[in-house]
Design a protein around this ligand. Sequence first.
Ligand code: SAH
Length: 266
Amino acid sequence: MTSKPRPSFPARLDRAPGPVPARGAAMQPMSAAKPALATAKPVVRQQPHGLGLDSHAVRQAMVNKLAGQGISDVRVLSAMGTIERHRFVDSALVNQAYEDTSLPIGLGQTISKPGVVSRMAELLLNGRPGKLGRVLEIGTGCGYQAAVLSLLASEVYSIERLRGLHDKARENLRPLRLPNVHLLFGDGMAGFAKGAPYAAIIAAAGGEAVPQAWIDQLAMDGRLVAPVASSTGGQQALMVIDRTPQGLRQTVLEAVHFVPLKSGIA
Ligand code: SAH
């Protein structure tokens, strides 16, 4: 992995430190999980039909490709093989669900590429044994990444600023019965202080800076992974921020392409 440590904060690309982005509307917590089902495991349909999308083999082929691209954490590969991505996309797009491509999910947003979801999950796990503690996801979208994260973390708090997608994610996740996923409708720019501190924070939308609130809500030894755009070219790169006993450590990784991080709710 090629990485360039960057010493300065607030976290920005190619830009001098500036103001923290404005915070939008207040959060309205809404749990999608049914806490009564505390021991529920994800419901994976056990009815493979040849090489249809219900088939484990189709996901396994995707997992093999991810491994070929360098994803090596078996927990991530297992989660990617378990969560049925085709259940998170519109019926007209299901035949592309296991390709390594982002797909439209409505309201101008996209479901992230499996390659990117697994890469970011692997970065969050950081090779440490066991499960992650509490994770904050900014940008629920259709809920796919939240479902993947639910298998890797003790609790997942996922915020979405678009009501239509928050509702869609709730619908998509309901049959999976993931008691540790908590969907929130609100502006993720302010993070979600009630769930803080987080062992990991992951953003599925890219701004020109990492909001200070996210950094404030990161636990000691926690890790934040977010796409950050340079203000000049608009090119985004993955940024990793680690909170260490010695202070914050910032690393900029490969170029990525995410939908923009926006303020407020709609
Ligand atoms: N996690 C999704 C990806 C969704 S795309 C997946 O599983 O594929 C990114 C999402 O971030 C969009 O739905 C967009 O509406 C949302 N978003 C952008 N800015 C946001 C903000 N400030 N707070 C919360 N969500 C935001």
